[in-house]
Design a protein around this ligand. Structure first.
Ligand SMILES: [Zn+2]
Length: 158
């Protein structure tokens, strides 16, 4: 590895993660974007960006960025739950939106890792409960909204 005292600024710009080499992250990003399309379409689709560290003692940072590039927070070594959390952070900090929401308890939920290692949205209300797997948020919508969403998807596909 070469050691430069400083790098040109352009090198410090975040760049898209090469998802072809990370099918796990590609699937995780798809899942988050499915949830955004279902419940907060103006925020998506998000892109997964990474910012190389300029200090070899510090890890690279990953970000979930809005289509216009705005983002907030960062994570190291992203995984499905981490990516969902990063997307949520960006939505809350940039768009000032609580997302996603448990409609039953009318409160924001949090990305977590389920018992079988799936990324889930977890509602902390009461004893706490799993709202759904990340990517399945559409299933939690009332029937009327869900049907409207399906009609919209069909129009997009057709
Ligand atoms: Zn709940």
């Amino acid at each position: 590895m070469s050691h430069f005292s400083s790098r040109p600024d352009s090198v410090r710009d975040p760049r898209p993660v090469d998802l072809a080499g990370r099918p796990d992250l590609a699937a995780a990003l798809d899942a988050v974007n499915r949830d955004l399309a279902a419940t907060l379409p103006e925020a998506g689709p998000m892109r997964l960006m990474w910012m190389p560290s300029d200090d070899e003692d510090l890890p690279d940072q990953y970000h979930a960025a809005l289509p216009d590039g705005r983002r907030h927070g960062g994570m190291e070594g992203p995984d499905a739950a981490g990516l969902a959390e990063a997307a949520q952070e960006t939505v809350q900090a940039v768009l000032w939106q609580v997302w996603p929401v448990c409609l039953e308890h009318r409160t924001g939920v949090h990305a977590d890792v389920g018992a079988d290692e799936r990324a889930v949205w977890w509602c902390r209300a009461g004893a706490g409960h799993e709202l759904c797997e990340v990517g399945e948020l559409a299933q939690t919508l009332p029937g009327k909204q869900r049907r409207a969403l399906r009609r919209k998807e069909r129009r997009r596909e057709g």
